[in-house]
Ligand binder design. Structure first.
Ligand code: SAH
Length: 362
């Protein structure tokens, strides 16, 4: 029988579980506090020794571990490869900005959304991540940082589609923002979806004031469907209606992501069509120069092309910015690091070269 993952539980659930061990309710608060500081059972020094031993035998603290770290040359980005209890691996990225550290977190192992430019989906979906696993990754990411640093912002923009793993993602958001735990402000969290329209409507009622990002990538259904199969299930009219509903219910603007692909969606007419679609909406457009994925035949844009598209949108009075590229020297695009690791695993002669610190030799 697999041991329960305590990081998966809210304090009330932890209290019910501890009650089975004959423990009083106040222990739940202590254990929750320790777990969310990243402590192992042995370090929970205000618990009786017998209970610490019992926890160690009967439960798991963090179900995730770090297998390798890849630092960008400027040291402003660290890509982490995490290993899960069943042998799967998944990635996360720490990015140092002037205003704090952002963690880009995965929500699934692989992805089944099939976007044409994305590396995460090339092998399809292996499985969903649990809330406990996502929590485990945040704690491990914190442990990678210097003493005066901690994860300040989280973007659910790693591999996977958060709304294809709705319940666990919502549980994770409530756990990571819990006042007795890490207490990361929901306003410091962004969730990015490829446009699962029913879930956008459902999420509007959760009372979770995160920033909702929606991957648009094209101004019309025909082009969007070429890039993103999800567009065949949910046309843009329905998607934008759901976004308007979200804005109206939550009072928060929606961010639209738009990956610029040379010769595909970066022409002046695309900027005009996009501006026309978004006119009057309380929204912001985040332009992302396409990160090159070797398996994909698509080309990114130059800085000049990206600036031109940005300017075209701004001249049409659409609020827009260009995302800074970080970590492209270390396989920064979604799913690239995991793929590299999987490929190496398949070829024993290329086994991952780890040294004592878990640092992968490039
Ligand atoms: N499933 C979610 C999260 C994906 S990752 C979603 O689709 O929104 C976050 C963003 O990175 C998405 O906008 C995604 O479309 C984009 N993305 C994926 N691969 C990319 C690449 N190679 N270059 C640039 N952006 C990419």
């Amino acid at each position: 029988m697999t041991k329960p993952v305590l990081l998966q539980m809210f304090p009330e659930e932890l209290a019910a579980w501890l009650k089975e061990l004959g423990q009083p309710a106040f222990r739940a608060g202590q254990v929750f506090g320790w777990l969310h500081k990243g402590a192992g059972f042995a370090e929970m020094t205000n618990l009786p020794l017998a209970l610490r031993e019992q926890l160690d035998q009967q439960a798991q603290a963090n179900p995730v571990s770090v297998i390798s770290r890849h630092r960008s040359q400027k040291e402003d980005t660290v890509k982490l490869l995490f290993s899960l209890a069943d042998g799967h691996c998944v990635e996360g990225v720490l990015m140092r900005y002037r205003y704090g550290v952002t963690l880009c977190l995965s929500t699934q192992v692989g992805c089944r959304m099939g976007c044409s430019f994305c590396a995460s989906t090339l092998e399809g979906l292996a499985r969903n991540l649990s809330a406990g696993e996502m929590m485990g990754m945040v704690l491990l990411a914190n442990a990678e940082l210097k003493d005066d640093e901690r994860v300040h912002n989280i973007v659910l923009m790693g591999s996977g589609e958060p709304f294809d793993n709705y319940d666990e993602v919502v549980r994770f958001l409530r756990l990571v923002s819990h006042p007795k735990g890490l207490n990361i402000g929901l306003r410091h969290i962004s969730l990015s979806t490829c446009g699962l329209t029913e879930q956008i409507r459902r999420f509007a009622g959760e009372g979770l004031p995160v920033t909702l990002s929606v991957s648009l990538h094209a101004p019309d259904d025909a082009l969007r469907a070429q890039m993103m199969p999800v567009a065949r299930a949910w046309p843009m009219d329905a998607l934008l209606d759901a976004c308007r509903y979200y804005i109206q219910q939550t009072g928060r603007r929606v961010v639209f992501e738009y990956a610029l692909v040379d010769g595909v969606n970066n022409q002046p007419e695309h900027a005009r069509a996009l501006a026309a679609r978004l006119r009057g909406m309380q929204c912001h457009v985040n332009l992302i120069p396409l990160n090159h994925v070797p398996e994909r035949q698509l080309r990114g844009v130059t800085r000049g092309q990206a600036d031109a598209f940005l300017q075209a949108l701004q001249e049409l009075h659409i609020s827009a910015t260009l995302r800074r590229e970080m970590g492209d020297d270390i396989g920064g695009a979604c799913g690239q690091l995991r793929r590299r690791h999987l490929k190496k695993g398949a070829d024993a002669s290329l086994a991952v070269a780890l040294d004592g610190t878990g640092e992968e030799k490039q």
